[in-house]
Design a protein around this ligand. Structure first.
Ligand SMILES: [Zn+2]
Length: 202
C-alpha cells in the first residue's frame, strides 16, 4: 500500500534521512524535520553548515582510530596525556563516555567493535593489529581493557590478552560490580558474584 506524500521530494528526503538516525523512527523524524524547517535560520542553516564542515574535515585518527578533525587526533597529539597507558575501547562512543567521566588522563585505542563469529566479525575486521603494533613501537606499560562486559566483549578481551603475550605490558580491565547508586537486591547474580570477587579494602 503506497502512502500519500505529505510534502515535496526534498522534504521527504530530509525525513527519510533523519529517520535513519539512532533513536528516531519515521514519526519522530517527521517531527524533527518540521521543527528544523520552522526554525530555518536558527537551526536548519547552522546545522547544514556544521554538517558541511564535518563532511570536509572529520576523519579517523591513524594512531588510535577515533574520529576528529585532525590526524593525529587532539588526544593523541596532547603531550600532557600519560604516554605509557592505553585505554582500549570498542567504539568512539565509549571513548567519549570515559572522557566525560574525566577519570583518566591516558590515550586510547578504538577497536571498532568486538569479535563476533556469528556476525562474521573476526580479528582482521578490528583494529587489533594496530594495538599490538603500538605496544611494540611505543613505550606502553599498561593496557586497560575498557571493553563492554558482554560475551563478545570478554572474548575480545581474551583474544587481545593472547596477542599481547610476551610484550612487557601489564594488562588490566575495568572492575565489574555494583554500579554507583545501585541496590544489591536489583542486581543479577553474575554481577553480584563478580562484585564479591573484586571486593576492595574499605
Ligand atoms: Zn588519536
Amino acid at each position: 500500500m503506497s502512502q500519500n506524500k505529505v510534502a515535496g521530494p526534498e522534504i521527504e528526503q530530509l525525513i527519510k534521512l533523519l529517520a535513519k538516525l539512532p533513536g528516531l523512527g519515521p514519526r519522530s523524524a517527521r517531527r524533527a524535520a518540521l521543527h528544523l524547517i520552522k526554525k530555518k535560520d536558527q537551526l536548519l542553516v547552522p546545522l547544514a553548515e556544521a554538517m558541511g564542515v564535518a563532511v570536509d574535515r572529520i576523519g579517523v585518527c591513524s594512531t588510535c582510530g577515533t574520529v576528529d578533525t585532525s590526524d593525529p587526533c587532539a588526544i593523541c597529539a596532547d603531550p600532557r596525556r600519560d604516554q605509557a597507558t592505553l585505554v582500549v575501547v570498542e567504539d568512539v562512543a565509549d571513548l567519549w563516555a570515559l572522557e566525560r567521566a574525566a577519570a583518566i588522563n591516558a590515550r586510547y585505542h578504538v577497536l571498532g567493535g568486538t569479535l563476533s563469529p556469528l556476525d562474521g566479525i573476526g580479528p582482521d575486521d578490528l583494529n587489533i593489529s594496530g594495538l599490538v603494533e603500538r605496544c611494540r613501537a611505543e613505550a606502553i606499560s599498561e593496557v586497560i581493557l575498557a571493553i563492554n562486559a558482554t560475551v563478545e566483549g570478554q572474548t575480545t578481551a581474551h583474544y587481545i590478552t593472547d596477542q599481547l603475550t610476551g610484550l612487557d605490558v601489564s594488562i588490566t580491565r575495568l572492575a565489574h560490580g555494583v554500579p554507583v547508586g545501585g541496590e544489591l537486591d536489583y542486581l543479577d547474580e553474575g554481577t553480584l558474584a563478580q562484585a564479591l570477587k573484586a571486593r576492595t579494602r574499605f
